[in-house]
Ligand binder design. Structure first.
Ligand code: ADP
Ligand code: MG
Length: 413
């Protein structure tokens, strides 16, 4: 069953929505399967966390790469390979997979879309809408929290190491003096209330820190103050440049391209009712209904009839030329990666089933289309005594050429 990708900026609320979608689907699957004892579908939530992928794999700055990691870029590739493998292992006609990771690269989404298509299983994309400043605020809050935790751990460690003869008060103040000079400690609110207990050096350093913080805040990047949920325990993206770079690299989904559609958008501010409405839509469009059926002939040659017909070659030329012309016309409207819809009969009859050509991610030109057309014509003109050339209805020929083009374009992405 379907593969549903969650995408969005780092720390924009993806996992929150993914978990909600997981709960929603669990309930719906249970309701659907209530008559039979075994559930109709199995549900899987795959994420960076479920595969223990650290945020640091996304940091492309080689200066921050730990010694044991092959290279900054390779670590992200390894992470993607792990995610891909995990999806591939479970995705099947009975398994619904929610993939909660950044999914920010167009080519990566395309790869997953193809994976679903190969299994003839539906595909959908959920984008989380969140202002950049708010997403940044989440990362900042996580940085603050993890610094606080580190601080507490350090304090505990230092506290445990206290020698017996020293009075407790002294030891506490000593510990604080050595550790709270870090910005983290002050940020954590660990700074003591009364200055009397603490040596001047501490007060001085705290003041310096406050001053520095003020300067950074007034010149630093814009972020909203966000309160993390009490159960939040995710690590932040550090250093901050890791987060900023991911925002910069983010490739917005384009609902016109087939690997980004159907696209559902959920924003941070969507109420439970809004969210449920979108989930209902996902259920209807992605899980229950097969997406629009594409007519895809996978064979590059056309099945021929027994009786040869005189105007076969003429029809072959005419119909393929017509398709080339229409693709070029429609490409201007739908853009790269879009879907071109063509009449099967060539005359567009009422209620007719349409053929669809899925364009590659880059613009196709006339010379390229003509090359494909000539190759297709050569394959299908027959005549080398392999098979008898048969008459072919224009519709079947058009369908076959569309299938041929789809296969060719797919290899081009
Ligand atoms: P991501 O998976 O994109 O990193 P998370 O889902 O982990 O983001 O969310 C980050 C933090 O923001 C969490 O503490 C979460 O509780 C909070 N959060 C996320 N989405 C919302 C929302 N729609 N409303 C309120 N808080 C949210
Ligand atoms: Mg997450």
């Amino acid at each position: 069953m379907p593969l549903i990708l969650i995408t969005g900026l780092p720390t924009s609320g993806k996992s929150t929505r993914a978990a909600q979608l997981y709960d929603y689907l669990t309930e719906r699957i249970a309701a659907e399967s209530s008559s039979s004892s075994t559930p109709k579908f199995r549900l899987h939530l795959i994420s960076d966390q479920s595969l223990s992928i650290s945020r640091s794999v996304y940091d492309l700055d080689p200066a921050h790469t730990p010694a044991h990691v092959r290279s900054a870029n390779a670590s992200e590739k390894d992470a993607r390979a792990a995610l891909y493998g995990a999806v591939k292992r479970v995705l099947s006609p009975r398994d619904i997979v929610i993939l909660d990771t950044l999914n920010y690269i167009k080519g990566w989404r395309y790869q997953l879309y193809c994976e679903a298509k190969n299994l003839q299983t539906p595909f959908g994309l959920v984008q989380i809408g969140c202002p950049v400043a708010r997403a940044r605020g989440v990362n900042e809050a996580r940085i603050r929290r993890s610094e606080q935790q580190e601080q507490q751990e350090e304090e505990q460690k230092a506290g445990n190491g206290t020698t017996k003869d020293e009075p407790t008060t002294t030891s506490t103040s000593t510990t604080t003096t050595t550790t709270t000079t870090t910005a983290a400690a002050a940020a954590a609110g660990a700074a003591p209330k009364s200055g009397d207990l603490y040596p001047e050096t501490y007060q001085q350093s705290h003041q310096n820190w406050q001053q520095k913080q003020f300067e950074e805040e007034s010149t630093g990047p814009d972020f909203e103050d966000v309160t993390l949920s009490p159960t939040d325990s995710q690590e932040p993206y550090t250093p901050r440049s890791n987060w900023e770079n991911l925002v910069f690299r983010y490739e917005e989904p384009n609902p016109m391209s087939r690997w980004d559609s159907p696209l559902f958008i959920i924003t941070w501010d969507d109420t439970p009712t809004d969210t449920k409405a979108t989930f209902d839509q996902i259920w209807d469009e992605v899980i229950v209904n097969k997406p629009q059926k594409l007519i895809r002939a996978n064979k590059s040659t056309v099945q021929r009839d027994k009786d040869p017909g005189g105007d076969y070659l003429y029809v072959l030329e005419k119909e393929t030329q017509d398709i080339v012309k229409r693709i070029l016309e429609q490409q201007a409207e739908v853009g790269e990666g879009g879907t071109v819809r063509l009449s099967r009969s060539g005359t567009k009859e009422e209620g007719e089933e349409m053929l669809e050509v899925e364009l590659p991610g880059k613009k196709v030109g006339l010379p390229q289309l003509q090359r494909y057309r000539r190759a297709f014509v050569a394959l299908n003109r027959g005549g080398i005594g392999l098979e008898a050339v048969g008459t072919l209805a224009a519709g079947r020929l058009r369908e076959s050429f569309v299938g041929y083009l789809n296969d060719a374009f797919e290899k081009e992405m």
